[in-house]
Design a protein around this ligand. Structure first.
Ligand code: UDP
Ligand code: MG
Length: 137
């Protein structure tokens, strides 16, 4: 059993896609063990995207993720880290196949509606950024 971190980005919330995205995760068979809607501060966004600091898209990335409320979640299931990445599809929605969240619901790389941890280490780090242990069921 594995736990991963995922986040519905501001455009996903604005576009009314919370239910659609949660539904896909639940239908897959994963268990949502932590869930909260929140507005990130610039400091939280910098911590979230620390690995991308210095990259050409970093400033836009941080401005975008703080542009409105997001939905943060912890997802549990066998192979959930890689499994959520497959459910999301590739980073660029233009390359994401139909059937994936990004392939079906997004067109732009900067507005790809969902974030997902990319490794065991990222999953643990990101879960700890957003959730206290007692907030997970
Ligand atoms: N991103 C972007 N331009 C790029 C690469 C990434 O705007 O050239 C954005 C994109 O929204 C992506 C986020 O930065 O989701 C984080 O990038 P990462 O490579 O970690 O992709 P992810 O793990 O989200 O698939
Ligand atoms: Mg990433």
């Amino acid at each position: 059993m594995e736990r991963t971190f995922s986040m519905i980005k501001p455009e996903g919330v604005r576009r009314g896609l919370i239910g659609e995205i949660l539904s896909r995760i639940e239908r897959k068979g994963y268990r949502i063990v932590g869930l909260k809607m929140l507005q990130l501060t610039p400091e939280m966004a910098a911590a979230h995207y620390a690995e991308h600091r210095g990259k050409p898209f970093y400033t836009e990335l941080v401005e975008h993720i703080i542009s409105g409320p997001v939905v943060a979640m912890v997802i549990e299931g066998p192979g959930a880290i890689a499994g959520m990445r497959r459910l999301m599809g590739p980073t660029n929605p233009a390359e994401a196949p139909p059937g994936t969240i990004r392939g079906d619901l997004a067109t732009l790389i900067g507005e790809n509606v969902i974030h997902g941890a990319d490794s065991e280490a990222s999953a643990q780090r990101e879960i700890a950024l957003y959730f206290k242990p007692e907030e997970l069921i």
